[in-house]
Write a protein that binds this ligand. Sequence first.
Ligand SMILES: *Cc1c(COP(=O)(O)O)cnc(C)c1O
Length: 396
Amino acid sequence: MKFSQTDANALMEITSRPELMFVRGSGSWLEDNNGKRYLDFIQGWAVNCLGHCPAPVVKAVNEQAAKLINPSPAFYNQPSIELATRLAGASCFDRIFFANSGAEANEGAIKLARKWGQINRKGAYKIITFDHSFHGRTLATMSASGKPGWDKIFAPQVDGFPKADLNDLDSVRALIDDQTVAVMLEPVQGEGGVIPATAEFLRELRRLTQERGLLLIVDEVQTGMGRTGKLFAYEHAGIEPDIMTLGKGIGAGVPLAALCAREAVSCFKHGDQGGTYNGNPLMTAVGVAVFDTLTAPGFMESVNARADQLSRGLNELSAKWGMKGERGQGLLRALIMDRDDGTAIVDAAREALPEGMLLNSPRPNLLRFMPALNVSADEVAQMLQRLDAVIKQLRG
Ligand SMILES: *Cc1c(COP(=O)(O)O)cnc(C)c1O
């Protein structure tokens, strides 16, 4: 199959893309229009938690599509009830609202917190978020995000998102005032460069928010659904947040996200929240299949075994090439390099012959790894070996 950049001119240009087109995928492998194969350690930005075209997802889509696609969110459907029941049963949350993207789930979390503030805190609406955080690309979630420069691109911002420093409780305390209603954070900052909030910080934050009558919101769009080696990352700290958002892995590649809240916080009145596709049975049936796969006996043990293998391998590479170590939680990890050759490594890995490899460099001196959670030991070993070869090729 032929492809050139001009073929794609009808698509709105929103990013620079390599001159190739993917036509099929299976597990940790993708194939492009020339039949070249790629070992994929991006997986749609941590989205495809079971790899490309996993059997349980294909089966759920096919069976549900033939049965019922969307009766409208004004009526109940069975897959959405089943998935909500599973998520509530596996977490500290009682009520689930399904959305179509992480940003939309976070918008819902922001609205829910503001509503709760109107009812319980005299209209308090400010939500403290963090420098270098990422919460999505809608106006409110861009305003909530701490990405450098994002305060200006679409000015004016949505008001009410003061920024604190991650792992610095005093910086949070200093921002709390009468108008504050919540604190919102990613348990591991993903786009920011795989920076974990420490368990101690999360526990102190929970204590502080409880003392001051504030909600704690965890954005687990990237860290949830097994990515960090537990079903939800907040479990590592032994805390119970008030609101959690899920996205990415929850749909294993299809558009599905969730807003999860404790009963006491679930204060939407009829008409406050909704949307045409929300909780449709086609996507939630996939969610049920994904949930059951992730929670099957032995699955999370193998995630943790692969995470240990990846962590060890990255440390060895770091030592060999004089880099600055690795960090992360579960299968969300980063290699911290001693120089800014992230983009060069990503390009060389993709262009390698006869097979390429997909990596991500969210910062110039950082590589981020987000493989499928069911990646095999052999595929992790292959990735490490290929990465070593690419570094050798570039650094001589
Ligand atoms: C990806 C991501 C989002 C946005 O999710 P979309 O589905 O792209 O809207 C929000 N928060 C975090 C932590 C993310 O990683």
